[in-house]
Design a protein around this ligand. Sequence first.
Ligand code: GLU
Length: 289
Amino acid sequence: MKRMRIALVAAAAASALALAGCAGNGGGGEAEEPTAEPAPTFEAGTTMAELAEAGSITVGTKFDQPLFGLVGPSGVPEGFDVEIAKIIASELGIEEDGIEWVETVSANREPFIQNGQVDIVVATYTINDKRKEVVDFAGPYYMAGQSILVLADNDDIESEDDLVGQPVCSVTGSTPAAKLAEIGAEPVLTDTYTNCLEPLRSGQVVAVSTDNVILAGLAAQNEGEFKVVGEPFTEEPYGIGLAKDDTEFRDWINDVLEEAYEDGRYEEAWDKTAGTVLPFVEPPAPDRY
Ligand code: GLU
């Protein structure tokens, strides 16, 4: 990752020179309005200083979850988590093309952070004590809750009580998978939630269960085929995963989130992504713990 950062810095320097050349050749004689924000400065030795200096950040996110992190025709992921990551990057002075997106599925988020394969994970990632043994979290920046997706014509399943003893699809390493086992359903596990849709269509499972907002995205993407039923039956506070004990980085991200809540960037990020399907709710205050 380090070598790539150096390469990217060199590329950024080269393009800055090329831009300077263009401006010089413009020949209009008028001074250009300065558009660039002054580069942020950070205390030497902090993760913020390292990332800002490199001009790049590696972000783990989902690649197949509509509304939060979905790679479409552009080849670049789109969604609310992606926008949250862009806000963090921009506060480090990192341009969008300085963000390297890495697919993190539910089961590899902690290892990717622990191995340094990603700098942060923004991926419908629930903060909980078990995960906090090996990684840290900024946030929460959103509160989701586990819910249930069934075929549109299924009227038998109305709540989690109807899942007891039934095969239900979820994802390895996720909090909903653990909850399904706890309530006495029969979890059928795969690696991503989109891989649960075929088993649901074929009747191999009676439902898919994960966070309400993920299910709402899958239902919207496959209009008329599925429906979300019942009320959310867990609390899933979404956090930004980062290396354990990097307290300065975590506190700094929490400050960035608070600023984004206040100046409207959070709501704007929501409106253009998840907000196309889901109502806006006030974000939970980021906890420092
Ligand atoms: N928020 C839950 C979790 O972090 C479910 C969603 C997911 O797997 O990404 O496990």
